[in-house]
Design a protein around this ligand. Structure first.
Ligand code: BEZ
Ligand code: FE
Length: 258
C-alpha cells in the first residue's frame, strides 16, 4: 500500500474512532483499559484471529466480483504457505490423498470437481492449495500436537482440468477459545461457531488467483456463521458413498487475468 492511500485510510479510521469516543463519552480509565486489552490480545498472538473474525468478510465483500467466476471467500488466519506438492493423483491412480495421521478420525471424504475458465475452457495444470480443519475442528500448524502439514496440500488438475482429493469431512468449527477473542464475541452476544468448510486457493496460468471456501448443505451454522462469510453459491452436498464415507463435488471457475 502506498503512503498516500495508507494516509487516507488511517485518517478515516481515526475519524471513526474519535467519533466513538465523543459519542460514548469514553472515560480515561476506559480508554486505558481498551489500550491494555489490545496490547494483551497482541501479546497473546490473537490479533490476526480477532481481526479476521470481526472484519475480514467485509474486505472480501468489498472485492469486485467477476461475472461467471466462482465467488471468493475469506482466507482466515489458518493458511500456511509451502504445503506439500501432491500432484494429480494418488499412488494407486485414484484420488490424491491429503496428508493424514494413520488413525485420522472422521468420515472419509472424496472431494472432486473441475477448474474452468469463465469462457468454459478446462484448466489443466491449475493448482489447488487446500487446507481444512480435522474432525475435531483443529488446524495443523496452529493447534498443538498435529503433524506439520496434516490435511494440507497442493493438488494439480489433470489434462481435463479435473481434480479428486481423498480427505476427511471437516468438523463444524469453533473459533479457538483464545481469551480476548472470546471476550469480544461474548460482548457482542455471538456464538463462536463457523459452518464446516474446506479452504481452497486456486492458481492457473493467465487467470486471476482465487481464494475461497466450500461449505456443506444442511450445516446448521451456515445461517449463523460468526465470521459472516458463508455464501449459498459456495455450498455443495455431501453424498453418502457406497463404502463408509462421503463424496462431494464442486466446480471452480476462474476469471482471466486482467
Ligand atoms: C476460518 O475460515 O477458518 C476462519 C475465517 C475467519 C476467522 C477465523 C477463522
Ligand atoms: Fe477455516
Amino acid at each position: 500500500m502506498d503512503d498516500a492511500r495508507a494516509g487516507v485510510i488511517v485518517r478515516d479510521i481515526l475519524e471513526s474512532l474519535r467519533e466513538v469516543i465523543r459519542r460514548n463519552g469514553v472515560t480515561y480509565p476506559e480508554y486505558r483499559a481498551a489500550i491494555r486489552f489490545l496490547a494483551a490480545a497482541a501479546g497473546n498472538g490473537e490479533l490476526p484471529l480477532l481481526c479476521d473474525v470481526l472484519l475480514e468478510s467485509v474486505v472480501d465483500e468489498s472485492l469486485a466480483r467477476v461475472s461467471g467466476a466462482t465467488d471468493s471467500n475469506v482466507e482466515g488466519p489458518f493458511f500456511a504457505a509451502g504445503a506439500p506438492e501432491l500432484g494429480t493423483q494418488g499412488a494407486d491412480g485414484g484420488p490424491v490423498p491429503l496428508p493424514v495421521r494413520p488413525d485420522e478420525p472422521g468420515d472419509r471424504l472424496v472431494f472432486s470437481g473441475a477448474v474452468r475458465s469463465t469462457g468454459g475452457a478446462a484448466l489443466p495444470g491449475a493448482v489447488l492449495d487446500v487446507w481444512q480443519a480435522d474432525a475435531a475442528g483443529l488446524y495443523s500448524r496452529f493447534a498443538p500436537g498435529l503433524p506439520e502439514w496434516n490435511l494440507r496440500g497442493r493438488v494439480t488438475t489433470d489434462a481435463e482440468g479435473g481434480f479428486s482429493i481423498r480427505t476427511v469431512v471437516p468438523h463444524a468449527y469453533d473459533i479457538p477459545g483464545e481469551p480476548h477473542t472470546a471476550r469480544v464475541l461474548g460482548l457482542l452476544g455471538l456464538e463462536p461457531h463457523r459452518p464446516a468448510h474446506i479452504h481452497v486457493r486456486l492458481e492457473a496460468g493467465g487467470h486471476a488467483p482465487l481464494t475461497t471456501q466450500v461449505y456443506f448443505a444442511g450445516d446448521p451454522w451456515l445461517e449463523r456463521d460468526v465470521v459472516g462469510a458463508a455464501r449459498p453459491s459456495l455450498v455443495t452436498k455431501l453424498e453418502p458413498d457406497e463404502g463408509s464415507g462421503f463424496t462431494c463435488r464442486f466446480d471452480f471457475t476462474l476469471a482471466p487475468a486482467s
